[in-house]
Ligand binder design. Structure first.
Ligand SMILES: *[C@@H]1O[C@H](CO)[C@@H](O)[C@H](O)[C@H]1NC(C)=O
Ligand SMILES: *[C@@H]1O[C@H](CO)[C@@H](O)[C@H](O)[C@H]1NC(C)=O
Ligand SMILES: *[C@@H]1O[C@H](CO)[C@@H](O)[C@H](O)[C@H]1NC(C)=O
Length: 499
């Protein structure tokens, strides 16, 4: 994590004063949920070119002719010039597109095998792809997954012309996390343009209250030890008890290294919710990325076992002290001196509409998409509530209202979620030539297809792996079931290309 932060620092110039919710917030890692591939091989990047594409602002208003420049990357190193391709397209998501993916990762291994031409299109409103002068709520009206899919369709059409590809050219698309969903939806909506899709860790079901997220976190802790989740629960209960009186509150200030004393926040339920959610996020952030091959792997050795070894170690004191030890470990890993839980400070950051703001790396935009399309709120509503009950789904809806305005309330959100599930079919999605890949300890699998429902769109459910694990480069210590999944995907792509 330390090394990841280092890269975040280099790219975003936010090294000072980084707080927990600025790193891992509502199940989203700063920079987007797909990390960067490990190991880092900068010398290879010479083969990659960065290009810009004139894109429509509004695909669904034929009267609008406004354009903007969308960024994409190309790597032609493996392509032998065949007019039928294949062409591989990696779909950008809820963070800056990284050129490191153009030379690294499982899809690049596949590209070598199939001699594919490789593109990556950055998602509108993320990274350098700025359709509007700022991120005002009014301007964010063009930030929808439907617009993003149409961007991809227009991009593919234009490349077909520019490169003079044959009518029978085979485009295969790849995506992890939200782009995993986009990959499946792109094949569904534009089958004449896309031959097949690898959809990794894609949440296909929009849901306001994503309480099952913490169910999977609990399950993941239990894979490490029988007592870990219970110790978390006991520690959380001890916090609740201490918060009831002033001496206890002062204890909490010290134990959890709070930036601002909680005795002054105790009547502000949003501050208290944010505190408990941040503590839960300490665990969720480790579970979601357990043992994957992102940049940072070599340095960041904090795994589920690390956290559970602490939670199970009674030499460290009562469970609350062990929770505090986990908190200190994570603060240190993120190079922070104190835990910032102040709600108003956080909301203030997310309200900033400037492309120069800290949250413009994607935090504001992704929050907008959750408030208008997906929900995905990782609430504390799942029993047995090991992380307490202080961040119910209303806490997240309140954030939508506080960041974007009173219109973005519960009724609006319920209608938005219904709209999304109607447009895409949720878990009843009817597609062919899509493979859905998930990992059993990735909390996001709870909203995806983990069992094959249609032979033409199989699911691969990998035991013991985390978010998007099959996309990262191979490593010697990868479990055999992960390697098997990579081979299975290769064979599927082969069969789609031959069709
Ligand atoms: C961590 O903080 C120290 C002291 O503020 C600083 O010197 C160092 O560069 C930081 N490291 C990272 C990785 O941000
Ligand atoms: C991680 O590795 C570093 C250096 O190899 C070591 O000092 C540290 O104790 C390890 N941390 C954990 C949590 O295992
Ligand atoms: C938004 O962020 C920018 C860049 O950090 C900063 O200069 C500006 O003052 C912020 N605006 C508000 C309203 O806080």
């Amino acid at each position: 994590m330390r090394l990841i932060l280092f890269y975040v620092c280099i790219f975003l110039f936010i090294c000072e004063n980084i707080n927990a919710w600025r790193i891992f917030h509502h199940g989203r890692m700063v920079g987007g949920n797909l990390g960067k591939p490990f190991p880092d091989k900068p010398q290879q990047l010479k083969k990659v070119s960065e290009q810009w594409f004139m894109q429509n602002l509004d695909h669904f208003n034929p009267g609008s002719d406004q354009k903007w420049k969308q960024r994409y990357f190309v790597n032609g190193e493996f392509y032998m010039g065949s007019p039928t391709g294949p062409i591989f397209l990696m779909i950008g998501g809820e963070g800056e597109a990284s050129d490191k993916w153009m030379t690294q990762g499982t899809w690049i291994d596949y590209a070598k095998t199939f001699k594919a031409l490789c593109f990556q299109l950055e998602h509108r409103y993320y990274g350098e792809s700025h359709p509007t002068p700022d991120l005002s709520t009014k301007n964010l009206q063009y930030l929808t997954s439907q617009q993003a899919l149409a961007d991809l369709a227009f991009f593919i059409e234009s490349m077909n012309e520019q490169y003079k590809f044959d009518n029978s050219v085979k485009w295969i698309v790849f995506g992890g996390s939200y782009p995993g969903s986009l990959a499946a939806w792109l094949r569904m909506k534009y089958p004449h343009l896309v031959q097949g899709a690898m959809s990794a860790s894609g949440p296909l079901l929009a849901e306001v209250d994503f309480k099952d997220y913490y169910r999977v976190v609990d399950d993941a802790l239990t894979t490490s030890s029988d007592t870990c989740a219970t110790a978390v629960k006991q520690g959380t209960e001890q916090i609740v008890t201490l918060l009831r009186h002033m001496i206890g509150q002062r204890n909490i200030n010290e134990l959890f290294k709070l930036c601002d004393p909680i005795d002054q926040s105790i009547k502000n339920s949003n501050d208290v919710s944010n505190f408990f959610e941040t503590l839960a996020g300490n665990f969720a952030g480790v579970v979601q990325y357990n043992k994957d091959n992102r940049i940072g792997k070599g340095k960041s050795n904090i795994t589920i076992d690390t956290l559970c070894d602490i939670m199970d170690n009674d030499k460290l004191g009562p469970p609350i002290d062990r929770l505090a030890a986990v908190n200190t470990l994570i603060l240190d890993a993120y190079n922070q001196t104190c835990l910032d839980y102040k709600y108003d400070k956080m909301i203030g950051q997310y309200r900033n509409i400037s492309w120069d703001s800290e949250t413009s790396e994607g935090g504001r935009q992704w929050t907008y998409q959750t408030c208008t399309e997906f929900g995905f709120f990782q609430s504390s509503n799942y029993t047995p509530q090991n992380f307490g009950d202080k961040f119910p789904v209303d806490f997240f809806i309140q954030q939508c209202v506080d960041i974007f305005g009173p219109k973005y309330n519960k009724a609006f959100l319920d209608a938005s979620i219904r709209r999304t599930n109607t447009l895409y079919g949720a878990l009843n999605i009817d597609v062919t030539n899509v493979v859905f890949v998930h990992g059993s300890i990735d909390p996001w699998h709870a909203l995806g297809i983990t069992q094959t429902q249609r032979q033409a769109a199989p699911a691969i459910y990998i035991e013991g792996t985390a978010h998007c694990a099959n996309m990262y480069p191979k490593a010697v210590d990868d479990p055999p079931q992960l390697n098997a999944a990579r081979v299975e995907v290769l064979e599927l792509i082969d069969s789609w290309i031959r069709l």
